[in-house]
Ligand binder design. Structure first.
Ligand code: AMP
Length: 182
């Protein structure tokens, strides 16, 4: 199972990706989690990422592309993976396509989670992560609209794109995703 989980901040990608990873026994690759871990550990990657993550901007493409490439090339991803929060720009999607070709990775599908914007803001404010203030939420939603939403058009016609409504309980949404990727 090779899934790119796509959608705006706050649609539930992280929650759903973790459940899918458990269900299918494959790695959950979250660039956001990796960047936060790097910031915690104070590594060079963490120092590079800090200002972008804290303001709700995007970490430069070459930085995130490099970390995703390394993970995908590892043995852990041999039988599948779930990408959560990557790609977030068309340049990242193009780079990912080259990485798939190079590593001979096929059968990738996109699951696009869709949630209304007022519900997204409500969920993010409830979550209360350090970058979940009203100002950064607004900025992240704008960045999503400008830079990330166009990634869906990049995938149209290249790989199957499964549209999944992201409203309802965590279990309902998980069932919908499982049915969509079967
Ligand atoms: P997330 O946990 O997916 O909401 O990501 C949190 C933050 O990490 C984002 O607001 C960005 O600053 C950064 N980030 C995560 N993934 C990416 C990516 N693919 N490209 C650029 N920045 C990213």
């Amino acid at each position: 199972m090779r899934i790119i989980l796509f959608g705006a901040p706050g649609v539930g990608k992280g929650t759903q990706a973790a459940l899918l990873a458990q269900r299918f026994g494959i790695p959950h690759i979250s660039t956001g989690d990796m960047l936060r871990a790097a910031m915690q550990s104070g590594s060079e990657l963490g120092r590079k990422a800090k200002e972008y993550v804290e303001s709700g901007g995007l970490v430069p493409d070459e930085v995130v592309i490099g970390i995703v490439r390394d993970v995908l090339a590892s043995d852990a991803c041999r039988s599948g993976f779930i990408l959560d929060g990557f790609p977030r720009t068309t340049a990242q999607a193009e780079a990912l396509h080259r990485i798939f070709a190079e590593l001979k990775i096929n059968d990738v599908q996109v699951v696009s989670l869709d949630v209304a914007e007022d519900e997204i803001v409500r969920r993010l404010l409830l979550r209360g992560r350090a970058d979940d203030t009203e100002q950064t939420i607004r900025h992240r939603l704008q960045v999503y609209a400008d830079a990330t939403a166009p990634v869906k058009a990049f995938y149209a016609g290249k790989v199957p794109v499964r549209e999944v409504p992201g409203m309802g309980t965590v279990e309902d949404i998980q069932q919908r995703i499982v049915a969509a990727v079967a």
